[in-house]
Ligand binder design. Structure first.
Ligand code: HEC
Length: 144
């Protein structure tokens, strides 16, 4: 009984310490959530099989997750693990334009998920991929 209480307290302490994550970790977790729905979409389009019900589920999840990371870019929040570049804050209009392009591309992909025109869906998927890359090239630095 006593042993399990100690274990419980230890587990709670661990939970609490991981809850006070820094801004870099928060953003990376949030982007990983974006990737979690984007990746299966890519696999389905590249390797198949194409299951429209699954595809719609992932595209809806992608649309919901996509704006979240951009709420986490507070000024002066480059910490030990963050890959964010200072240009995010020194070129805010350019960063915002990358964001807008990305969210528009995600919306188009999600709206197109219900269509049967796979060739068109592939083009929309490629536009999202290019948008991820374009922003990373300008605003994400190397892994720390
Ligand atoms: C408008 C800019 C922008 C767009 C668009 C964008 N990202 Fe990122 N992404 C970043 C920045 C900046 C970071 C670094 C955050 C940090 O470490 O503080 C990042 C981090 C990540 C990470 C965290 C892991 C790591 O090693 O950095 C993943 C995963 C990721 N992005 C995937 C994607 C995917 C997939 C897309 C497209 C579906 C995407 N991102 C679109 C700017 C963007």
């Amino acid at each position: 009984m006593k042993k399990s209480t100690t274990a419980l307290i230890l587990a709670l302490a661990l939970l609490c310490s991981s809850a006070i994550a820094g801004p870099g970790e928060d953003r990376q977790k949030s982007f990983k959530k974006v990737l979690l729905s984007f990746e299966p979409i890519g696999v389905m389009l590249r390797d198949g099989p194409f299951r429209q019900d699954q595809f719609i589920k992932h595209a809806d999840a992608l649309k919901a997750a996509a704006p979240v990371p951009f709420t986490l870019f507070k000024p002066n929040s480059i910490d030990d693990i963050s890959r964010a570049k200072a240009e995010i804050w020194s070129q805010p209009a350019k960063f915002k334009a990358e964001q807008d392009k990305f969210l528009a591309a995600v919306n188009a992909l999600q709206a197109g998920a219900r269509s049967d025109d796979l060739a068109a869906v592939r083009i929309k998927y490629t536009a999202v991929t290019q948008s991820c890359k374009s922003c990373h090239d300008s605003f994400r630095g190397p892994k720390k």
